[in-house]
Design a protein around this ligand. Structure first.
Ligand SMILES: Cc1cc2nc3c(=O)[nH]c(=O)nc-3n(C[C@H](O)[C@H](O)[C@H](O)COP(=O)(O)OP(=O)(O)OC[C@H]3O[C@@H](n4cnc5c(N)ncnc54)[C@H](O)[C@@H]3O)c2cc1C
Length: 388
């Protein structure tokens, strides 16, 4: 197999020694699989030939960015791993029309640095900006705190160029593969809208004594269309961050409504929010979880975390909450979500870890995509849902 692939991608771009295979056999989920070979293609023709081979031999393929997801999304199960690192070019930055054309292997922070020099920004800059590739940004349809107003990355993508599971190369104007965790196609590059960095922002920090008054305030803020970010920190986490141990909302306005006008004061509260994970980890809760809920479900999840002193933060305006745990895959939390009918994923996706909680809607989307573009189930086989 190695010789075959060396003839396609070159001698330096095909790894199969045991140490390299081990390095690519897991991701940040802690789950471990088995990589057959690791390839670093640098052209679409390389990828097309790899997929032709994979279809002929019925060997699955896993497209991989930096492998930092915590859901087993790139754990190979006897698969060929395609590391997209050599798709590393930013082709065009068009400030006049407000878009960039960028390869899937580019790290998001590298692109953002280029844009910031022009006082522009990507529409979504995840907190994990230095460890997220453009391919993963799109494959998991990422969001950030300003998605409260701006929406997820998909809403800002003009088109993506892909190679599907059968080896067909095309521009996906319908953006069908965004948010599908790499199932069915490998993303090569994309045209994404960019924006001038927002100015004249103001912020406010509010505290609440109980969950009912917190959620009433969230409902009220939801009506205000000038709010860019609406973020929540629970009392346990607030205490760890050196704030009052109360239910806390951080609100960012694209208007003059916020009480904090001074840039440094505003930065201080947003820096505190960004430290949530580090502080939770320092206090013995290093594993972040993810869910999406509405109304009563939000009440139940927040109250549950309060009762057992679990640090919790989230994009509450979007119904997305991130509790932190001592151990990975907290089954009692998953059972809680199942029992109240909340979604087991709001932001990070499903991968292998949350497969059993995938919604019927997501399952049928995956089946439709595989039927049309990857009927031999080559790309990311077994992820999200078993296609058979
Ligand atoms: C500290 C931290 C903070 C985070 N903050 C945020 C946040 O603010 N917002 C947010 O939305 N997420 C956030 N996340 C989730 C995180 O962004 C992703 O898990 C991670 O960015 C994945 O990037 P990666 O390049 O390592 O992708 P990988 O882990 O390598 O891959 C992730 C998925 O993308 C697919 N994929 C990657 N490249 C391609 C490609 N070219 N074609 C097709 N599929 C591809 C893979 O198959 C896999 O399904 C955070 C994670 C951490 C650890």
């Amino acid at each position: 197999m190695r010789e075959h692939f060396e003839s396609i991608v070159g001698i330096q771009a095909a790894l199969d020694n045991p140490n390299d295979l081990l390095a690519y056999s897991y991701d940040a989920s802690g789950r471990e699989g088995k990589a057959r070979i690791v390839l670093f293609p640098s052209t679409e023709e390389h990828i097309r030939k790899i997929l032709t081979y994979a279809n002929r031999t019925n060997i699955p393929v896993v497209p991989r960015g930096l492998g930092t997801n915590a859901l087993g999304q790139v754990v190979p199960e006897n698969a060929i791993v395609i590391d997209m690192a050599r798709f590393d070019r930013t082709h065009t930055v068009n400030l006049k029309e407000g878009w960039v054309h960028v390869d899937a292997g580019v790290v998001v922070s590298d692109l953002q640095h280029i844009l910031e020099k022009h006082d522009y920004t990507l529409p979504v800059t995840p907190q994990s900006i230095t460890s997220t590739t453009i391919g993963a940004l799109l494959a998991t349809n990422q969001l950030d705190r300003r998605s409260h107003k701006n929406g997820r990355i998909k809403e800002h993508v003009l088109s993506i160029e892909i190679i599907d599971g059968t080896g067909k190369h095309f521009v996906d104007g319908n953006k069908e593969f965004i948010g599908m965790e790499g199932c069915g196609a490998i993303i090569l590059r994309a045209k994404i809208q960019i924006y001038p960095r927002p100015k004249k922002l103001t912020s406010t920090q509010k505290t609440y004594d109980d969950v009912t008054s917190l959620l009433a305030a969230v409902d009220e803020y939801a009506q205000d269309l000038t709010i860019l970010s609406l973020e929540y920190i629970n009392p346990t986490l607030a205490k760890g961050l050196g704030m009052q141990a109360k239910h806390t909302l951080l609100i960012e306005y694209a208007s003059e409504k916020g009480e904090l006008v001074n840039e440094e004061q505003q930065q201080a509260i947003w820096d505190a929010r960004a430290r949530a994970w580090d502080v939770a980890a320092e206090n013995g809760y290093p594993y972040i979880e993810d869910c999406q809920a509405t109304g009563e479900q939000l009440y139940d999840i927040i109250s549950w975390c309060d009762e057992i002193d679990i640090p919790l933060a989230g994009h509450i305006g979007l119904g997305i909450l991130h509790p932190f745990f001592e151990k990975q895959e907290p089954q009692d939390f998953y059972h809680l979500l199942e029992s109240i009918g909340a979604e087991a994923s709001g932001q990070f996706g499903y991968g292998l870890v949350k497969k059993r909680y995938v919604s019927d809607h997501m399952k049928s989307k995956l089946i439709k995509l595989k039927d049309e573009y990857d009927y031999n189930d080559i790309i990311n086989r077994g992820k999200i849902h078993d296609y058979v």
